[in-house]
Design a binder for this molecule. Sequence first.
Ligand code: MG
Length: 313
Amino acid sequence: MRLVTFEPAPGCERLGIMAGEYVVDAALASAACEPASRAGAPTLPVDMMEFLNQGDSAIATAERVATWAAGELKRNGKVVGVDGATVSYKMSDIRLRAPVPRPPKILCLALNYKAHAEEGNVNLPEKPYVFIKPGFAPVVGTGDKVIRPPQSQNFVFEGELAAVIGKRCRLVPREKAYDVIVGYTNINDMSARDLGKVPTIPGLFDWFAAKAFDTSLPMGPALVMKDEIPNPDNLRLQVRVNGATVQDETTQRMLFKLPETIEYISGLITLEPGDIICTGTPGGSKGALKAGDIVEVEIGDMGVLSSIVADRA
Ligand code: MG
């Protein structure tokens, strides 16, 4: 199952279930299909964060609604809500937002592929090397602009697989790590790499200046639930700039896989539903982007995350 956050009309943000070329409004479809809600009360929320916080019961409901909606689309070419209005939309008629538009936390691994560390002339870390982005301002969806900080002359892409946390947890042993993941999505850890340099203190890296700026985390197109990704360690990860492939790697080459990473992070901080763990970028993340460039991150068959580079107006 794949979930999205979408806008059927500008400013109207809704939780959606993907069904082939369509997105179905999760709350409105649930009101029409669930026996308990024949009176018209939705059994699914309109908001992704509320959905994730409801946990396994909401996921089970969404799976029933997804199956029902797929049947309706096959029979009638559309899904109709309790008031008779169509609640399925063609992809081309809606705007996708980031699937988790306001994550509580965004935790990112640095130097998690050997080739990337070698390109930066730095040693490999002995444990997961984590930095954070703020959970709100950086997140944009597919097709959105990423705004280059005007001070940066080395604005670069970093295509990465991200895991989305589905349970509040701490002290998670590596054997249980997949239990707390709800699904996966594509992210692009946009970086103003030159702003990380601190001329007066060689060796120090300013993570805030280089990584935390607005629009620095394109995410999506969808939250692909873990039932579709039995093995996140064997996905092809490709990045294209203006159609030319610049990163092409398998997630197999991650230094710290998700079980070790989640054990490490949850040993220091409580994880919550909606938290995003970005697993680091492979080699090839270099070449300053300029306004008008199109960056695409494609992982397995999880879809393409597309971003348009722009300068601040
Ligand atoms: Mg990164």
